[in-house]
Structures are given as structure tokens and as C-alpha cells.
Design a protein around this ligand. Structure first.
Ligand code: FNR
Length: 190
């Protein structure tokens, strides 16, 4: 990882050890490592959102840690599974914590994108429609294109997590380029 590369906070909406979305995110992080520095941010330890957990001393420690990690990043990448044609509660919960307290949202003005994988034919397209609308509402500056819906085939990924399907690897490279340009455009104010 090169310290001058833009830092991308990666949130994966699955806790499963065998998560295909985590595999996808790791593969993209490896492919993009000469352009972007991906930092995986833990969201599984965040409590379920409850306004009462905010006190004068702040929020529970995992929330404070989470918000600090997002604040330190130049951009955010959301990696979403699709649950019942929508975004899993895990990821929604993290978005809710980041959006508070009012006026101190972690999301406003952040360069952002979302991707996702599912074994199904439409590869999280339905979930991402919801997610992109929410991201815009949260004030993220969302990269709309290219879209990234992966119908996950285990044989396309090697045991070490690399992508062995050339077409998928080429698409992921192009995606990383586009996201790096999106982040650079925003940080240069153009
Ligand atoms: C799913 N799955 C699923 N897949 C899909 O393409 N569309 C959907 O609406 C749903 N709905 C759904 C609901 C629930 C509660 C579960 C547990 C699963 C299947 C899902 O895509 C599959 O389990 C993925 O492997 C989940 O992603 P991770 O955990 O592997 O990253």
C-alpha cells in the first residue's frame, strides 16, 4: 500500500466467513492496490442503532472507532449482498450510525460507490437501486457508472482470492480506474 494513494473505507454487508461479497472486495482491493488504498472497516460490532446510546460522552466505542475510520478515508466503497431484493440490515445499520449526530454525518460530501455480488442472475441490482438512492440522500457523491453487479461464480475466483476469469478481471480493473478518477476529480475540486 502506498501512502499517497487515496484511502477508500470499505464496508462489507456480510458477516459470513465464506461471504462472496468479502471475496469480491478483497479481489478488487488487490487489483486496485496500485491506485487506491483500501481499508476494510469492521461493522459487525456496531450495536443496533438506538438514539439512547448517544450520551454526553459520545457513542459506544465501536461507533466512535467506526466514525473515525470513515472520517480518515477519502472515499467509501459499499459492498452489498442482496437480501430479499434489498440491502441487509447490517449495512443499513452502519449507514444509520454514520449519519448521526445531526450535522456530523460521516457521509456528507464523501466520494462513494457501491458494488455487490450474489449467486443470483441479477447480482444485487435490486439491492443497489435502493442503496444508491440512500447514498445520494446521505450526501455521498456517488459514482453512478459503471455499474457493478456480479452474478458470482466460484470458479471465477482462485483459492488465493484472485480473479481467474479474464473478462471479470478486465471489468474490475476498468471499474477501479473509474473509481480512482471519480475520487481524484472530487479531491481536486473539478
Ligand atoms: C438471500 N439471497 C438473495 N440473493 C439474491 O440475489 N436476491 C435476494 O433477494 C436474496 N435474498 C436473500 C435473503 C436472505 C435473508 C439471505 C440470507 C440470502 C442469497 C444471497 O445472495 C447469498 O446468500 C449471498 O451469498 C449472500 O452474500 P454473502 O454473504 O455471500 O456475501
Amino acid at each position: 500500500m502506498h501512502s499517497s494513494f487515496p484511502r477508500v473505507a470499505v464496508l462489507v454487508g456480510s458477516l459470513r466467513a465464506g461471504s462472496v461479497n468479502r471475496r469480491l472486495a478483497r479481489a478488487l482491493a488487490a487489483l486496485a492496490a496500485d491506485r487506491l488504498a483500501f481499508a476494510f472497516v469492521e461493522i459487525g460490532d456496531l450495536p443496533l442503532y438506538n438514539d439512547d446510546l448517544w450520551t454526553d460522552a459520545g457513542a459506544p466505542a465501536p461507533v466512535e472507532r467506526f466514525k473515525a475510520q470513515v472520517a480518515a478515508a477519502d472515499a467509501v466503497l459499499l459492498v452489498t449482498p442482496e437480501y430479499n431484493r434489498a440491502v441487509p440490515g447490517l449495512l443499513g445499520n452502519a449507514l444509520d450510525w454514520g449519519s448521526r449526530p445531526q450535522g456530523k454525518s460521516s457521509w456528507a460530501g464523501k466520494a462513494a460507490a457501491c458494488i455487490g455480488a450474489s449467486p443470483g442472475a441479477i447480482g444485487t441490482a435490486a439491492a443497489q437501486v435502493h442503496l444508491k438512492a440512500q447514498m445520494v440522500t446521505l450526501g455521498m457523491i456517488v459514482m453512478g457508472h459503471p455499474e457493478f453487479y456480479l452474478s458470482f461464480k466460484p470458479e471465477d475466483f482462485g483459492p488465493d482470492g484472485t480473479v481467474v476469469n479474464d473478462q471479470t478481471a478486465a471489468f474490475m480493473n476498468a471499474y477501479a480506474d473509474a473509481f480512482a478518477r471519480h475520487v481524484a476529480r472530487l479531491s481536486s475540486g473539478k
